[in-house]
Design a protein around this ligand. Structure first.
Ligand code: PLP
Ligand SMILES: N[C@@H](CCOP(=O)(O)O)C(=O)O
Length: 465
C-alpha cells in the first residue's frame, strides 16, 4: 500500500515511512492511495474472531509490503493483550436499540489506547536495531497525551514531548501524564488552548530548522496509523449486531474528527453503515460545517467535555480530500485560505457528498447531563461526559427503528469524576490499575503559548537526549 498526501506534493511513502513521518512535508496528511475493499463474505467471516484477529484482517491491506500478516498478528496480540476486558472493545446494550461501544478498557482508560498501544508496538518494530532516533511532539486535550506516554515511556530511540493546555484537562488526565517520570518523557503545560498547542506542533513539522536538528514524529491522529487502528472496532461492533446484513448507525463524540473519520474509512471499505453522527459539544465548528458549510473557528469554550474543546479539527482535511475528488491542489488552496482567515466555506457539492453519510449535532452541557442521567436510569450505566455527548446526539437521530444505534463510549467515567458526580450523584471510583495516581510525584514544565519558546525547549531537551 502506498500513502499520498492530501496536499498532493509530498513524496509518496510506504506504511513504515508514513508512520514514522506523521505529518507530510507539504503540510498535508497521509492517506492510503486507495481504500481497500472487503466483500460481504469477508465481513461475515469476521464473526466469531477475537479482537486481535479481527484487527489483523482489517489492517493487513494497509500494511501490505511492509509487515507480513504474522508480524502484524504479533503486534496486535501484544497491543490488545494489555486491555482489561477480554473483548477489548465490548458492546453494552442500553435499551432495545441503543448500544455503547466501550473503548476505554486500555491502560489509560480512553479510546486512544486502542490505537496508541499498537502505535507503540509499531515504533518499536520500525526502530529496533537501527540507529534512527525519533522525537515525538504531540498536543493533547487530555487523553492522547497519557495514552501516547504510556505507549512509549522508557522505549529506546524515542523522546516524547507532549503539550497540554494548562488548567484545561481534568486532574486525573493531567496526573496520568505528569506522574510518568521516565527520562524520555517531557510534559509541557502551555498557556493557551488545545488548538494553540496543535498549531504549534504542525508548525514545528514545517520548520526547516527544527527538522534539520531532530527527526520529528507524531502520535496525534495526524498520524495515519492511529486512524487505521480505529477502523477495526467499527467492523468488530457491526458484525456483532448483524453486519454486513444489517446496517448499523454510529454516534461519535468528536473533536479532531479522527474517530469518526475511521468510521468513514470502514464505510469506504464496504461496511454497511447507515449513518455516522458527528457529535460535538458547544465547540461546534464541525456541526456548522456539515449543516451550513461554515467551517470557521471561533474561540474555544471550556466545557465539561474538555477533550473535545477543539475548534480546528485536523482530520476534516482527510474527508475534504475525498470529497474534492482527491485533488491535492484544491485542498492546498482550501487549507491555505483556512490558515489565513481561520474560516472557509465548504462548496455545496462537497457538502452534499458528506451529508450522504454524516449527520451532526452540537450538544450543550445541560443536554449532555440529561444523557448521563438517561444512561444511568434507563440503561443502568454510569458513562463519561464525552460519551454522553455522543449518546445525546444518538437519541436525537431520526433513523429507521430497525437500525441499531451504537454510541462510542470514548472514556472511562472516572477520568471526569466531578462532571459525572454533578449530573448523576455518583462519583466513579478510580480503577485499581491507576494505582496511587494522586500520591505520585508530578513533573512538567510550564511555557507561554509562544511557538519560539516551545521550539527552543524541545530542541534543547532533545539535544540533551
Ligand atoms: C474522551 C474523548 N472523546 C472524544 C474525543 C474526540 O475524538 P476525535 O478527536 O477523534 O474526534 C476525544 C479526543 O480526541 C476524547 O479524548
Ligand atoms: N482529544 C484529544 C485531542 C487530540 O486528538 P488526536 O486524536 O488528534 O490525538 C486528546 O485527548 O488529546
Amino acid at each position: 500500500m502506498e500513502y499520498i498526501s492530501t496536499r498532493g506534493s509530498a513524496p509518496t511513502l510506504d506504511f513504515r515511512a508514513a508512520t514514522l513521518a506523521g505529518l507530510a512535508s507539504d503540510g498535508g496528511l497521509y492517506v492510503p492511495a486507495k481504500w481497500p475493499q472487503m466483500s460481504a463474505d469477508e465481513i461475515r467471516a469476521l464473526a466469531g474472531l477475537d479482537y486481535a484477529e479481527t484487527a489483523v484482517r482489517i489492517m493487513a491491506p494497509f500494511v501490505e509490503g511492509v509487515l507480513t500478516e504474522d508480524e502484524l498478528r504479533d503486534l496486535c496480540r501484544a497491543a490488545y493483550g494489555r486491555f482489561s476486558h477480554d473483548a477489548v472493545t465490548p458492546l453494552v446494550q442500553l435499551n432495545h436499540r441503543h448500544w455503547l461501544l466501550e473503548l476505554f478498557h486500555g491502560p489509560t482508560l480512553a479510546f486512544k489506547d486502542v490505537a496508541l498501544q499498537l502505535l507503540g508496538q509499531l515504533f518499536e518494530k520500525f526502530l529496533a536495531g537501527g540507529d534512527t532516533n525519533i522525537t515525538i511532539v504531540g498536543a493533547t486535550s487530555g487523553d492522547t497525551g497519557s495514552a501516547a506516554i504510556e505507549a512509549v515511556a522508557g522505549r529506546e530511540h524515542i523522546q516524547i514531548f507532549m503539550l497540554h493546555p494548562e488548567g484545561r484537562v481534568s486532574d486525573v488526565q493531567r496526573r496520568q501524564m505528569t506522574t510518568v517520570l521516565a527520562p524520555n518523557v517531557h510534559n509541557i503545560a502551555i498557556d493557551g488552548s488545545f488548538d494553540d498547542a496543535q498549531a504549534m506542533v504542525k508548525r514545528l513539522f514545517g520548520d526547516e530548522e527544527a527538522r534539520g536538528q531532530v527527526n520529528l514524529s507524531a502520535v496525534n491522529s495526524i498520524n495515519w496509523a492511529r486512524l487505521m487502528a480505529q477502523v477495526v472496532y467499527y467492523f468488530y461492533a457491526a458484525v456483532r449486531l448483524g453486519g454486513p446484513d444489517r446496517p448499523v448507525a454510529f454516534s461519535v463524540p468528536t473533536g479532531n474528527f479522527g474517530d469518526v473519520f475511521a468510521g468513514y474509512v470502514a464505510a469506504q471499505m464496504g461496511l454497511p453503515i447507515a449513518r455516522l453522527v458527528v457529535a460535538t459539544n458547544v465547540n461546534d465548528i464541525l456541526h456548522r460545517a456539515l449543516t451550513s458549510g461554515d467551517y470557521s473557528a471561533g474561540t474555544v469554550t471550556a466545557t465539561a467535555t474538555p477533550s473535545m474543546d477543539i475548534q480546528v479539527s485536523s482530520n476534516f482535511e482527510r474527508l475534504l480530500f475525498d470529497l474534492a475528488g482527491r485533488d491535492g491542489a484544491a485542498i492546498t488552496g482550501m487549507m491555505g485560505e483556512f490558515d489565513r482567515n481561520r474560516a472557509m466555506s465548504i462548496p455545496a457539492d462537497m457538502l452534499a457528498g458528506a451529508r450522504g453519510l454524516f449527520s451532526s449535532a452540537s450538544i450543550d452541557g445541560d443536554t449532555m447531563a440529561l444523557a448521563l442521567r438517561w444512561a444511568q436510569e434507563k440503561g443502568g450505566q454510569i458513562i463519561d461526559p464525552h460519551s454522553a455527548v455522543g449518546l445525546a446526539a444518538a437519541r436525537a437521530l431520526e433513523i429507521d427503528a430497525d437500525i441499531p444505534v451504537v454510541t462510542l463510549a470514548t472514556a472511562h467515567p472516572a477520568k471526569f469524576r466531578e462532571a459525572v458526580e454533578r449530573a448523576t450523584g455518583v462519583r466513579p471510583p478510580l480503577p485499581a490499575r491507576l494505582g496511587n495516581l494522586f500520591d505520585r510525584e508530578e513533573r512538567y514544565s510550564r511555557l507561554p503559548g509562544d511557538y519560539d519558546a516551545v521550539k527552543a525547549f524541545v530542541l534543547a531537551e532533545a539535544a540533551r537526549g
